[in-house]
Every structure is written in C-alpha cells, then in structure tokens.
Design a protein around this ligand. Structure first.
Ligand SMILES: [Zn+2]
Length: 143
C-alpha cells in the first residue's frame, strides 16, 4: 500500500536581494554572496568562496557551483536534489585561504532537510587560488 507522505510541503524559502544571506553572515544576500553569484565580484578568501558555494546550493545556482570548481575535478554537469532544503552552515575551521595564500581548507557542516528528515553533511574541503580566483578542488579524506 502506498501511504501518502505526511511531511508538509513547504516551498523553498525564496532568497531575495534584501534577505539575510543564506551563508550565515549578517549581510544581506545582495551585499554578501549575491555579487559572487552574478559574476560582479570574486570571493576574496577560501572561506567566502565556500560560503558562496553553500549559498549557491540554497538558491540553486549550478552555474556558479561549476565555475567555482577546479577544472580537474569538476563534474560535467550537476543536478541538485530538488527536495533538499538547506537550512544552515557551520564553519568549523579553516587553514590558509587568505589573500596571501594559494591553498586553503574549510571544514564545515551544512544542515538540510530531505523528505522531512533533518540531516547534515560534513566536509573538509580543499580550495586553491588560480589566476587570483578561489576554486573548490576536492574533499580531504575524513580522519
Ligand atoms: Zn553570503
């Protein structure tokens, strides 16, 4: 028997330019990750790139995710899970990743709900700066 799902269907929280940025910084989206997504500015640090990539998951900007992915590790295409609702980002630690570095790591936990169940994704991501722009390289193996 096919039971209907009881989880309430909530529309994705619409992110507007004046919304608090989904990445968790206090700035509005238009003053935080928005300009990065629109190609008007580039993330100055690995952490800001990481946050803007999380925000891109929230707003469904696969183009931004792909163009901030290192060409050697970038997938050919990216399909986001439409039922996945991202609900918050915790930055747990960073190494390097400043304007004075060419490499950096950002350890984070991203929270989401999927089909009514709360879950989270942990990753220690590696970023490199190429031609002045931070890009995502890969995930470090968990220890
Ligand atoms: Zn942001």
């Amino acid at each position: 028997m096919n039971k209907p799902k009881n989880a309430p269907r909530r529309p994705a929280a619409a992110v507007t330019p004046a919304s608090p940025c989904p990445c968790g910084r206090t700035e509005a989206y238009r003053d935080c990750c928005g300009p990065f997504h629109q190609g008007l500015a580039t993330a100055p640090t690995a952490e800001r790139l990481m946050r803007s990539r999380y925000s891109a998951f929230v707003v469904g900007d696969t183009g931004y995710l792909l163009r901030t992915w290192h060409p050697t590790t970038r997938p050919g295409s990216l399909d986001l899970e439409p039922a996945q609702r991202w609900s918050g980002l915790d930055i747990l630690g960073t190494t390097g990743g400043s304007a004075f570095h060419t490499e950096g790591t950002v350890e984070f936990r991203a929270h989401f709900t999927l089909h009514g169940h709360a879950d989270s994704q942990y990753e220690n991501s590696r970023f490199v700066r190429e031609d002045g722009q931070w890009v995502y390289l890969d995930a470090l193996p968990s220890v």
